[in-house]
Design a protein around this ligand. Structure first.
Ligand code: MV4
Length: 591
């Protein structure tokens, strides 16, 4: 077994890996950027090294710098977590060359699965069912038109370098094909430096079902059951659960075999996930993720197997700790991603400082997080604050437990998805395990689901009725009392002992973006770059009309008109940088 391992990541997953290392008696080496000096993963590791400035391209992604730290610290292996360098075959190879163990699959397996067309071809040869379509790159729109005619509309156009929905477009009809083709190619180029695209049949109402696999270096390949990740927003998974609502034992057995076959076909080693679509009882391979995933925790809850520990043991050459027969699924687990995002603003990132932070606990509750009160959620990295995972005997009780835990979760200073998740847990659609789609149909219930607006965290830009909470005792019974109305100057001494305001004097305020604005001004809710401007000065817009797209944290954020009227000012242009609070447009009411 290793004696020292470097964790090439940050946030909750770095903390998660450090915990596994601690339990195995292995020293941990953290790395951090200037923006993460006080981060949890830095404080929890045995030792920590500065990589460079905040932007990942100057810190967490700098292979040379990581190699230096490996040398300096004497780490024998590297755990990449997810994101950053986790699926970078070049990085895995560099480590191999340096005689350092990459805690992950062989570089060849990362490569094979990295190209989605190559992966489809390999899987087809191995007898793994793939979503109908081509396994070759499609050179141009003309070729695409011929193929699409054969496949039948709607067609899915996907970037070959993509994955997780990046570079994914749907063409509903032939006249929409060019736009979809160009869009997928452009996004592929932007995110993966690869404009190659391919076509698949578009499945109208699938469920996203993925299978966790583990493979050791001794010929064992097993699966740990499936996860359903059908609750997504703009291809970001928001809620995951295991087992999947529509998968029975026979189907689990079938997709489990498909997944282990897929892993064998690329000589897989370590933990991996076969992602697929389940439509009318049929299962189709989508892609393989050659890393530990965010949602691995729900599988840990239902199987009792520590996936990160298995990863480390496998990388050290040990055999899997269980056989397929020993894998027993028990109960039901659900994970909610607690992102610093504003659900009411089309899930725009909502960075800021966490001023109050209290995690839920109690039976069947697990929280994986990398923050504490005082932590800053920076726009430099992904906005996940924590993952809340619950386990209970069945889906219904797990849902109630999740609702309870969400109620206990107390985060202030930044907007989070907690209210959104509460609304989902209380919804009939969730109870019926309905799928949601944000692609082509208007049947997307996530969008329409009523969820309470959150008070603006922090700032004080609007005079609104003050709400103060007090705790009072009346004849020995405790009451929480809200006092509404304008603040009244308390006479000196009136707040003396016993009558101190509760520690949560809250101002309920208009839910607005981080920047606020108000009136005619449409302010940017986030920092980023203007990717597209969709209105012109002088144009008349409806409330909710798309004004521009701002790219931030590798995501395109649609900014919509906050009111109907005429665009009087439009001080933005494509490619320009904007800060949170900057004016994007001034919209004056008609007449
Ligand atoms: C699809 C699809 C329909 N047809 N592919 C790809 C990445 C992942 N985020 C979802 N992806 C999809 N790929 C074809 N050929 C629909 C989706 C999809 C989806 C699937 C199941 C549950 C929720 C979904 C939400 C958005 C997109």
């Amino acid at each position: 077994m290793f004696s020292k391992v470097l964790v090439a990541n940050r946030g909750e997953i770095a903390v998660r890996v450090i915990r596994a290392l601690d339990e195995l008696g292995i020293a941990s080496v953290a790395v951090y950027s200037e923006a993460d000096r006080d981060a949890q993963h830095v404080q929890r590791a045995s030792e920590a090294y500065l990589l460079g400035p905040g932007p990942a391209a100057q810190s967490y992604l700098v292979v040379e710098k990581l190699l230096e730290v490996i040398e300096q610290s004497g780490a024998e292996a590297v755990h990449p977590g997810y994101g950053f360098l986790a699926e970078n075959a070049g990085f895995a190879r560099r480590l191999e060359e340096a005689g350092v163990t990459f805690i992950g699959p062989p570089a060849s397996a990362i490569e094979a699965m990295g190209s989605k067309t190559r992966a489809r071809e390999l899987m087809q040869k191995a007898g793994v069912p793939i979503v109908p379509g081509v396994t070759e790159p499609v050179p141009d729109v003309q070729a695409a038109a011929k193929i699409a005619k054969d496949i039948g509309y709607p067609v899915a156009v996907k970037a070959a370098g993509g994955g997780g929905g990046k570079g994914f477009r749907v063409a509903l009809s032939p006249d929409k094909l060019e736009e979809a083709f160009e869009g997928a190619a452009r996004e592929g180029e932007k995110f993966f430096s690869d404009a190659t695209v391919y076509l698949e049949r578009y499945l109208p109402d699938p469920r996203h079902v993925e299978v966790q696999v583990l493979a050791d270096g001794h010929g064992s390949v097993i699966h740990l059951g499936e996860r359903d990740c059908s609750i997504q927003r703009r291809h970001q998974k928001l809620i995951e659960e295991s087992p999947a609502p529509l998968v029975d034992e026979a189907l689990r057995d079938r997709i489990g075999r498909i997944a282990t076959e897929a892993a064998r076909a690329v000589d897989y080693r370590g933990a991996g996930t076969i992602e697929g679509l389940l439509q009318d009882g049929e299962y189709f391979f989508l892609e393989m993720n050659t890393r530990v995933q965010v949602e691995h925790c729900v599988t840990e809850a239902t199987t009792g197997i520590d996936i990160v520990r298995e990863q480390i043991r496998i990388a050290a050459g040990e055999p899997l700790s269980v056989t397929q027969d020993q894998v027993v699924l028990r109960g039901h687990a659900i994970e909610c991603r607690i992102n610093a995002e504003d659900a009411a603003k089309n899930f725009a990132p909502a960075p800021g400082t966490v001023t109050r932070y209290r995690e839920p606990s109690g039976p069947g509750v697990r929280v994986d997080s990398g923050v504490l009160a005082g932590s800053e959620i920076t726009p430099l990295y992904d906005p996940m604050v924590a993952k809340l995972i619950v386990w209970d005997s069945d889906r219904e009780s797990a849902t109630r437990r999740m609702a309870r835990a969400l109620e206990e979760f107390d985060v202030d200073g930044v907007r989070t998805l907690i209210p959104f998740h509460k609304a989902i847990m209380a919804s009939e659609q969730w109870a019926r395990a309905e799928t949601c789609r944000d692609l082509i149909e208007d049947r997307d219930w996530l969008k329409t689901l009523a969820f309470p607006k959150q008070p603006t965290p922090g700032g004080d830009d609007e005079p609104e009725p003050l709400e103060r909470s007090y705790v009072v005792e009346v004849s020995g019974k405790r009451f929480d009392v809200k006092v509404l109305g304008d603040a009244i100057a308390a006479p000196a001494g009136a707040m003396a002992d016993g009558a101190a305001p509760a520690p949560r004097p809250k101002r309920e305020r208009r839910a607005s973006g981080g920047g606020g604005g108000g009136g005619d001004t449409l302010a940017s809710p986030l920092q980023g770059n203007v990717f597209k401007v969709l209105v012109e000065q002088g144009a008349t817009v409806e409330e909710g009309a798309l004004v521009c797209i701002i790219e931030a944290m590798k995501m395109e954020n649609e900014i919509t008109a906050h009111k109907a009227g005429v665009v009087a000012e439009l001080p933005i242009s494509e490619g320009a940088a904007v800060s949170a609070g900057d004016t994007l447009a001034v919209i004056k009411s008609d007449g």
